[in-house]
Structure formats: C-alpha cells, structure tokens
Design a protein around this ligand. Structure first.
Ligand code: NCD
Ligand code: ZN
Ligand code: ZN
Ligand code: ZN
Length: 357
C-alpha cells in the first residue's frame, strides 16, 4: 500500500479528481495568448479534469451578456469540465452579479494583467451579495476581505497566497467559510520572474510549504498564458496548468510533502470547495470517475516546447520532475492518452446535477 511518499515507489499512481481552481483561459480578444480549446487541452495534458475559468478576459466576464457568451464558448470549445467565475469591478457589474449563476465573484484589489481593479468603496457591497468571493489582494486587502466575510457570513477564497505574513494572517482568522490557495511557482521558485504577486523569499516559501493542507487548502496553477513576445515585454503570469500535477507528484514522491497533505490540497479540499458551491465532485463509490494516471518510473526535464498551451515557455523549463501524466479520465471516459487528447475529450460545466452532456 502507498502510505508515505518517502518510502514505497510504485511506478504508476492514480490521482483522484485533479482540478485546477485558478486558470486564465483568455480567448475572446486574446486568442494569441490562449484559447478555450488550447487551454483546456493543456489542462488534460497536465492531468487536470476540470478548471475554474478566470474572468479578467477582454472584454471581462463582468456582465450577464458576456457571461452567457462565455458559457456558450466554453460549452462548445472546452475539452475538460469547468466552472465560470465572474468579475466585479464597478457598480454595474455588481448589479449584474446578483443574477448570474457564478462560481466565485472575482475581485481584483491590486493591479495585475488587465485593469479590472475594484472601484474604491465597493468591497463591502460585494460581500453584501452573500455570494462566494475570490480575491486577488495584498495583505491589507486580505485583512479587509476577511473582515467582511465574517460580517456578512460570505464564503471567501484568497488567491495565490505568497508571503509568510499572509499565511499567518489567514491562520489567525480562518473559519469554515475562508479558504485559500498557493501556486506551484510560489512554492518552488525564487528570483524575479514577472508574475503577480511577485515570488517571495525562502522564508515565505517555507511558510507556504508548512501550511499546505492546514492553513492553505489547495494548490492551483494560476495558469496565466502570454505570448513569448508579451513575456519579453514584462507581461505578468506563468503558463502553469501542465506543470501543476507533475511538480506536486514529484514533491510527493520525494517526500517533500506527506501523502496526507498532498491528498488534502489536491483532492479533499478542492472537492470540499466545489461541494460548498453545491457541485457534486470527487472520486469514489457513487462519485464521478475523474482521475489521471501518472508514471513515476523515470525523471525528465520539463520542456515547454511540448506544452499543449499556446504559451510554450515556463520558468520551470529544464527542471527535473519524476511524474509524467500518461492518461486523464473525465466522467469515466479517457480524455487524454499518450500525449494527445482523444475524440471523447468534450468538456461540460460542473453542476449540482452533473450528468452526461
Ligand atoms: C494573471 C493574468 O495574467 O491574468 N497574472 C498573474 O501574474 N498571475 C492575473 C492574476 O492572477 O493576478
Ligand atoms: Zn451553441
Ligand atoms: Zn491574481
Ligand atoms: Zn490569476
């Protein structure tokens, strides 16, 4: 039996229900960066069965009409399953959010790709809707969002936690409504790669690793594809949906994360977050057969030229990992096998009454 990453070493692992809850699929007027088709095929190649799409697109998913257009596009083009987030940045989008069946209301409290930063003074109003809120924020913004989450009993998800002080803040105030995520780049990388929030120092990374599976609920890629040209001009973001699982399984195999915490951040907690939104998700008897098969028999260097994403570049380029995704199964069907998506790879929205599309 596979009990502790440090010891037994089977060559193939079944990873139950891998889901990536932070993915920028772009498309619309940014098809040069990524399309729904390329980004979701990249997800399957990375062993990911479902993604949460981020709304800072051009135009942003910040009104009912664009949301419907996004849902239509995703329903046609997505190769893996998905949920849609909705962006609130002003009074109009706030009023629209009330009537949309969204996953999270995404609020940007700081500058990043696109400029959909929430208008000053509106944060409390967002929480008054009592719909789940996900935030991009610095320490100060996190503190404020936590306050409103408690005041209005509104679920809050804190994106890409990157600093020790942020982990400590969240640990002090965490309750069952507050969740947060860390990204592989903030866990594994140092230096000054262009990404928001910026990479932290060794002290920050130690805090993130120590909090995985306790204060930090999930690991998500924050897949943020740009063209090489845009990256050369300093665009923020990393093409990460294909490296998330190989990196985390490598950490498991090397004993850098316990099986218990790996299982928590990659399966139990994502499932719990989805279920808190009324979405039935998760591997097991009576559940959905979503899983990927990962080969851990040999190490290889990450080669972004082989990415299915349009963004074929990565700060992880050349890094040795010990986990290769060989198959990805969604709803009991093989969607990805031996390097290519199959003809069955057709995504559907995750829903409370999930059935075959
Ligand atoms: C993201 C993007 O490019 O959309 N960029 C990033 O550096 N993470 C936006 C974001 O998640 O902040
Ligand atoms: Zn249609
Ligand atoms: Zn962000
Ligand atoms: Zn992001």
């Amino acid at each position: 039996a596979y009990t502790d990453g440090a010891h037994a070493s089977p060559t193939r692992l079944i990873i139950p229900s891998p889901v990536d809850l932070h993915v920028h699929l772009r498309d619309f007027e940014q098809r040069q960066k990524e399309t729904v088709a390329s980004g979701t095929r990249a997800a399957l190649a990375g062993g990911i069965c479902a993604v949460a799409d981020m709304p800072n697109t051009v135009p942003p998913v910040a009104d009912r009409e664009t949301y419907e257009r996004r849902l239509e596009l995703m329903s046609h083009d997505a190769a893996c399953d998905f949920v849609l987030n909705f962006c609130v940045d002003d009074k109009y989008s706030l009023s629209q959010a009330a009537s949309v069946d969204l996953f999270f209301i995404k609020v940007f409290l700081g500058e990043t790709t696109g400029s959909y930063v929430l208008e000053k003074g509106l944060l409390e109003n967002v929480f008054m809707l009592r719909k789940p809120v996900a935030i991009h924020a610095d320490l100060k913004g996190m503190r404020e969002a936590i306050k409103y989450s408690k005041r209005y009993e509104t679920p809050l998800h804190i994106c890409h936690v990157s600093r020790r002080e942020e982990v400590e803040l969240i640990a002090r105030h965490k309750d069952e409504r507050i969740t947060c995520e860390a990204t592989p780049h903030h866990l594994f990388l140092s230096g000054d790669h262009a990404v928001k929030p910026p990479l932290g120092n060794a002290n920050d990374r130690d805090a993130l690793w120590a909090a995985l599976g306790t204060t930090i609920d999930i690991v998500a890629s924050d897949h943020a594809p740009h063209t090489l040209e845009e990256k050369e001009h300093g665009a923020f973001g990393i093409s990460g949906v294909e490296t998330l699982l190989p990196l985390m399984v490598t950490a498991l195999v090397r004993g850098e994360i316990s099986f218990k915490h790996f299982y928590a951040v990659m399966h139990e907690n994502p499932k719990r977050i989805l279920r808190s939104h009324g979405i039935e998700y998760g591997f097991g008897v009576g559940g959905r057969a979503d899983f990927s098969i990962v080969d851990t028999s040999e190490s290889y260097a990450i080669d972004p030229a082989l990415f299915h994403s349009k963004a074929k570049h990565s700060p992880f380029s050349g890094m040795e990992v010990e986990a290769r995704v060989v198959e990805t199964w969604v709803r009991g069907k093989r969607f990805f096998s031996n390097g290519a998506c199959t003809n069955e790879a057709r995504g559907a929205p995750l829903s409370a009454f999930s059935k075959e599309p």
